[in-house]
Design a protein around this ligand. Structure first.
Ligand code: HEC
Ligand code: HEC
Ligand code: HEC
Ligand code: HEC
Length: 456
């Protein structure tokens, strides 16, 4: 007995000391806001270093993806420098975003404490955006929920990825399960505003949806597997993750996301008759809601029109359903986004047109509201949100249009067309801030048409 307690007296403090050591060393690995200024640029390799000699194919894919432009892309530059930084300098509640935006858009600048970084035209290392080393030095995250750049970065000889072997002369390959999980993506794809509102929740939407249940994760749609080599001097594998990260900026990815069919309730009608058209929308492609991510910027709308036998076109507004907050889901000639005036030093700014799409069309969106309750595209200035009318993964949504055939309508075939469109940034905002036209490109997600016969 005496012997045992003597042994315990030695071992217990040892265990305590080791676990304490582990806790403190873990504590030293800063994440999220705490990591600001905790590293140097020179702790990390440049993407060109990784790409030119060894990982050329992956480098070329990444170069074409938005990951390599998250800091330099025109709209990111405009929003950060014209709206976010000026507001952060005036409003203590949102002061943190001056550094915080960079935690996801140019993590090395954030880690290096280079805040605000030089503008993209200066060509500094901030331009590397979300680089190879940003992701391949991540060892885990702080806490249980991924959000607001709470990844932990440990730069050095170890590169974390899907395989472990001695195949690389340049670095140690360390197998990381974390990089293979949706939570990893969620560290940047979930965002909470300074007011505590989820203003980006792609990983949370996925987790609540059918794909998480089936084990289909972000990587399976945005970094698909293909056979080949992942390094010029490495082995060939059957399953190399493609670094496509294709989403909102790839029209091919967006097209066909929603299947769309339209049908009438009767096949023949006379002038004065009321004909009802039903539009069925099925989200067959996204693992999260559509749209997701920068929901404050994006707009998806359903446009329905009819063409009579003489070629006259009638715009058919959707039937209202009467739910609370529906006014934000029907395009209207309303002003919004008045809080842009804060950064632009115009307290009486009246705002710009809210939607920029034909009045009466159905909008699939979720409005974000500023502390004064006005609709905003500034996700960091968001205190509440309105009705979420986006289309969930594998969800089917029904819309209807009722058309009272005008007395003047000619006999013959009446063609009724339904089309769903997607735009990355509402046009009136883009026009107002001078964002180049490619950001307001209208992508036709899908379309379908039906006919009825008009008889005298
Ligand atoms: C089943 C396939 C699938 C899965 C799983 C999936 N996505 Fe997507 N994702 C898509 C498609 C299709 C689009 C293009 C349509 C769109 O923009 O929503 C897309 C678009 C996006 C966009 C751009 C959205 C926008 O409108 O701006 C982001 C960001 C994104 N995905 C991130 C993720 C992340 C992060 C995960 C995991 C949590 C994930 N995706 C899981 C299919 C998928
Ligand atoms: C946004 C994060 C991210 C960025 C940026 C990124 N990667 Fe990756 N990379 C990943 C993930 C995730 C995997 C796959 C992990 C898994 O499946 O377990 C991966 C896998 C790899 C692999 C292993 C492929 C294999 O199958 O053996 C290599 C090599 C690689 N990346 C190199 C690069 C290079 C080089 C760059 C920059 C040009 C880069 N990565 C940029 C996230 C990233
Ligand atoms: C370090 C932060 C970070 C991590 C980690 C990260 N992303 Fe992203 N991702 C971004 C940023 C920032 C953008 C926005 C780029 C832009 O348009 O400015 C983005 C954009 C995207 C897009 C949209 C591209 C487009 O065409 O508009 C997709 C898809 C995407 N990421 C997928 C993923 C997936 C899948 C993972 C996990 C394997 C992941 N991301 C991990 C920061 C990150
Ligand atoms: C938690 C990570 C995170 C933070 C913090 C963050 N962003 Fe982003 N941002 C993203 C991701 C991820 C996307 C891509 C979402 C998508 O594709 O829909 C994005 C998209 C954008 C876009 C749209 C890009 C495009 O081309 O459509 C702009 C502009 C932008 N962010 C600016 C900012 C500004 C300004 C801040 C600071 C106020 C900020 N972001 C803070 C992760 C973040």
């Amino acid at each position: 007995m005496k012997q045992l307690s003597g042994w315990l007296a030695v071992v217990l403090p040892l265990i305590l000391a080791i676990s304490l050591g582990l806790i403190t060393s873990y504590g030293l690995q800063k994440a999220g806001d705490e990591a600001l200024g905790s590293k140097k640029y020179s702790d990390y390799q440049t993407p060109a270093f990784c790409g030119i000699q060894c990982h050329n194919d992956i480098y070329q894919q990444w170069k074409q993806a938005m990951m390599s432009q998250a800091y330099t892309h025109h709209w990111d530059e405009i929003e950060y420098f014209k709206l976010a930084v000026p507001q952060a300098e005036k409003d203590p509640v949102v002061a943190g975003v001056k550094a915080g935006c960079n935690g996801c858009h140019t993590p090395l600048a954030f880690l290096a404490g280079d805040v605000p970084p030089a503008v993209p035209a200066k060509g500094t290392r901030a331009n590397e955006s979300v680089s190879c080393e940003v992701c391949h030095t991540v060892t885990g995250m702080a806490g249980d929920t991924p959000f607001n750049f709470n990844w932990i970065s440990e730069p050095g000889k170890n590169k974390y990825g899907p395989r472990q072997n001695n195949n690389s002369p340049e670095h140690n390959l360390v197998k990381s399960d974390f990089l293979s999980r949706a939570e990893f993506c969620g560290t940047c794809h979930n965002e909470k505003s300074p007011y505590g509102v989820w203003v980006k929740s792609t990983q949370l939407e996925w987790k609540d949806g059918p794909y998480a249940q089936e084990g289909v994760k972000c990587h399976d749609c945005h970094m698909t597997y293909a056979p080949g080599k992942s390094a010029s001097m490495g082995n060939a594998y059957p399953d190399v993750r493609q670094h496509l990260f294709h989403g909102a900026h790839d029209p091919g990815k967006v097209r066909g996301t929603i299947e769309l069919r339209i049908h009438p309730d009767i096949n023949e009608a006379v002038p004065g008759d009321k004909v009802k058209f039903t539009i069925v929308l099925f989200n067959q492609k996204t693992g999260h809601k559509f749209p997701t991510g920068s929901v404050e910027d994006r707009i998806v709308w359903l446009h329905v029109d009819a063409v009579d036998a003489r070629g006259n076109v009638y715009h058919l507004p959707v039937d209202k359903k009467g739910f609370e907050g529906e006014e934000y889901t029907i395009a209207a000639d309303t002003l919004a986004y008045q809080d842009m005036g804060i950064a632009l030093n115009d307290q009486n700014f009246k705002g710009v047109q809210r939607d920029g799409v034909p009045a009466g069309d159905r909008i699939f969106r979720m409005p974000y509201f500023d502390p004064q309750g006005r609709m905003t595209i500034q996700q960091w200035n968001t205190k509440s949100q309105g009705v979420d009318y986006r289309i969930g993964p594998k969800e089917t949504r029904i819309e209807t249009c009722t058309f009272v055939l005008p007395d003047s309508i000619p006999a013959g075939l009446l063609t009724v067309r339904a089309a769903l469109y997607y735009q990355r940034l509402v046009k009136p905002v883009a026009d107002f801030l001078g964002v180049p036209a490619d950001e307001t490109e209208v992508i036709e997600v899908n379309k379908h048409q039906t006919t009825i016969n008009v008889i005298d």
